[in-house]
Design a protein around this ligand. Structure first.
Ligand code: ZN
Length: 698
């Protein structure tokens, strides 16, 4: 009964693709503990014998990190796609040990000393640029993990990180608790006028869960909450203005009073982050955040923010006037308030672009969409994708397996596609993750580098009866998006595992290849090339395509301005704000709102108290990344527009150049150099503004 030995535990079999048919929850704890013990011994040995050379320091480190990442990655993957309470508790049981191991590696002084000696020594001259970048990044990350601190400073640093982790968890729990604490039970059908059937069903279900055993969608009672699936339809569709106001006010004051008040936590988190940054020698937390990103400095981000703000503010003002006029024309006598915006915007959208998701679905059966996507990849990047179902074990019968070859038939990569929603066991949303990355350290028996393998996971509509999965347009865009991440992972030419594929790519540049692919969903020849009715084979009507394209820029100024507001507030709080009492974080929010919102913010607005992205998630002084990467992806697509979207040879050449830079170089060079390698210049904002119809206003 020694399930934990490497040879008998399928989770630990490193010889081929993961043995998904055999890996079970009972393998997780013993397997991971056995592996961690083995890797800890290897790390001990490495710390004793480490040498300032590539083979003496970097390769053993990659080997240790990769073995942990791939095995733990399988567990994390299963947690996402095949979740159940037993797996969750096995994951929770081992996670602290995995985290501790990671911290030990990150703060290892002997390894750090070897990296620095390698960086500064004679051996550095013999390193390739990709190797040099890996060493530079290892040194940088060790410094940011506090390896250079001594004595009291180190103790203080570690204490700050511990307290921050706790505060961030409390912040997020407060948001959850405050969200749960608010609900509104309604017993008269007319109060819910306007709410679509699906939202009524959800509201009745929510009432049943809260003890109203007989609640039905038709007869009620109905329970509204601040959860997104309840909140968004309420603000968008409820005809009762008074009810919308109640819901709106409850939402913007979430977690701002009583036992779940996040205001004191915000002040403390900001103060600790500022102190952490000072200990590491940075003037602000924003500067610390940017030390690992593509954006060169705070000034560069502020310049981008301001440029986009000017344009989108002007557009948002016009859009607000338009909406006011529309609301007046449709019977609203009161001045337009915050709780009217989503409602009237949706009415105006219905009037202008009268088409429904349901009308589009028949044109997007999954097999046809995949064919179109793969044909595009072949046209642009010269890769062939073929179904290889059955060649790899899978975790669910719906999961597909594909291989990617170059035009000469040489294998390049492979990927799994898990397309359909399975609410009982699969996390929501869509994502790309790596199964294994490209690496020459893990050669096959014929001496070739290990090929990259990706997981593409979506949550789209499953097939019903004999009908294939008929995708909404959103679902098509999502598939293209994740496939774009997958291409960067799979088409890498870098064979050093620490910088191949998406590894080591700066955080604010990661969404470049994914958002780039979304643009092709609006490319007429591409979309009309594959959008065919699943029964009649007829192509998508021109009129529908025209509406789809027009809807893309609907209220684009207001949308962009809202994102900019979040980004600017985040940066102000982590760069200029000092917790000396002269100004509160809410004053900062108000000050930013004066320039970055078109409708004055409510004085009692406490949206910061539920801004989990920056106070509980990884977006602190990084919210700007959404826009930063969008500038890159739009500008990259513009290179194809310049080559001529109808010019096949031009698209092909530009596609090959994109493949050899953005997709092939990954994290082996700074993202700015990679981008310049493709574009021949620094990124420009003009294409993003043009795609959103905001250029004329500039
Ligand atoms: Zn993405």
């Amino acid at each position: 009964m020694s399930e934990d030995t490497t040879s008998e535990n399928p989770l630990l079999d490193e010889r081929g693709l993961p043995r998904f048919a055999e890996i079970e929850t009972r393998h997780v704890e013993p397997g991971m503990r056995a592996l961690l013990a083995e890797l800890a011994r290897e790390l001990d040995a490495l710390e004793r014998s480490v040498e300032p050379t590539w083979q003496g320091a970097i390769e053993p480190l990659e080997r240790i990190g990769d073995r942990l990442a791939t095995r733990w990655g399988i567990v994390g993957h299963l947690l996402g796609v095949k979740n159940d309470p037993a797996l969750r508790s096995a994951h929770e049981a081992v996670q602290p040990e995995v985290v501790m191991f990671g911290i030990r590696v990150a703060q290892s002084r002997p390894l750090y000393d070897a990296f620095v000696a390698l960086q500064k020594g004679e051996a550095a001259a013999a390193l390739e640029p990709a190797q040099r970048r890996i060493v530079d990044v290892l040194v940088r990350d060790a410094v940011l993990a506090g390896v250079g601190l001594e004595g009291a400073a180190k103790e203080r640093f570690n204490a700050i990180l511990t307290e921050l982790a706790e505060l961030q968890t409390t912040f997020s729990n407060n948001v959850l608790d405050a969200t749960k604490a608010w609900s509104l039970v309604l017993r008269h059908r007319h109060e819910l006028d306007g709410l679509p059937e699906s939202a009524l069903e959800l509201a009745a279900q929510s009432a049943r869960a809260a003890g109203e055993a007989d609640a039905t969608a038709t007869l009620g009672p109905w329970r509204l909450t601040l959860d997104q699936p309840s909140l968004v339809p309420a603000l968008t569709h409820l005809r009762s203005r008074a009810l919308r106001e109640r819901v709106y006010r409850a939402n913007v004051t979430r977690a701002s009073s009583g036992a779940t008040d996040n205001a004191p936590l915000i002040a403390r988190i900001l103060a600790l982050r500022a102190e952490e940054a000072r200990l590491l020698g940075f003037a602000s937390f924003a500067e610390l955040s940017l030390a690992t990103k593509m954006a060169p400095d705070v000034a560069a981000v502020e310049k981008l923010h301001e440029e986009l703000r000017r344009v989108s503010h002007a557009a948002a003002l016009r859009e607000l006037e338009e909406l006011r006029a529309f609301a007046r024309a449709h019977g609203q006598t009161e001045p337009l308030a915050h709780w009217d915006i989503a409602f009237w915007a949706e009415r105006m959208r219905e009037q202008r672009f009268a088409y429904s998701e349901e009308e589009l679905r028949p044109y997007f059966p999954l097999p046809g969409v995949l064919e179109g996507l793969f044909a595009l990849a072949q046209r642009l990047f010269g890769v062939r994708i073929r179904a290889a179902d059955g060649e790899a074990p899978v975790w669910h019968p719906d999961v597909r397996f594909f291989r990617v070859d170059d035009e000469a038939g040489e294998p390049l990569a492979a990927f799994y596609l898990d397309p359909y929603s399975r609410p009982a066991e699969k996390r929501g949303g869509a994502w790309m993750d790596e199964c294994v990355g490209k690496s020459r350290l893990f050669r096959s028996s014929d001496g070739r580098a290990r090929l990259p393998v990706a997981y593409l996971v979506c949550n789209q509509t499953p097939p019903v009866g004999k009908k294939p999965s008929l995708m909404s347009f959103d679902e098509v865009e999502t598939l293209f998006h994740e496939f774009g991440h997958g291409l960067q992972h799979m088409l890498t030419r870098v064979e050093y595992g620490l910088a191949s594929g998406i590894r080591n790519v700066e955080w604010d540049a990661v969404e470049l290849p994914s958002q780039f692919m979304e643009n092709w969903c609006y490319h007429r020849a591409t979309l009309l090339g594959f959008a065919r009715h699943f029964e009649t084979g007829k192509p998508l009507p021109d009129a529908l395509f025209a509406k789809l394209s027009a809807a893309r820029t609907y209220r684009a100024g207001s949308m962009m301005l809202r994102q900019l507001f979040f980004g600017v507030v985040d940066l102000e709080l982590h760069h200029r704000f000092t917790p000396d009492g002269r100004e509160t974080p809410f004053d900062v929010e108000k000050r930013v709102g004066e320039k970055t919102a078109v409708l004055p913010r409510l004085p009692e607005d406490r949206f910061l108290c539920s801004f989990s992205h920056i106070f509980a998630g990884g977006y602190a002084a990084g919210y700007y990344s959404y826009k930063w990467a969008e500038v890159l992806s739009a500008d990259a697509f513009a290179a194809f527009e310049e080559a001529g979207l109808e010019n096949d040879a031009g698209l092909r050449d530009t596609g090959r150049r994109y493949r050899e830079t953005v997709l092939a170089l990954g994290g082996s060079l700074p993202a700015m150099e990679v981008f310049q390698g493709f574009r021949g210049r620094e990124p420009r904002t003009e294409p993003l503004l043009r795609h959103y119809g905001l250029l004329a206003a500039a």
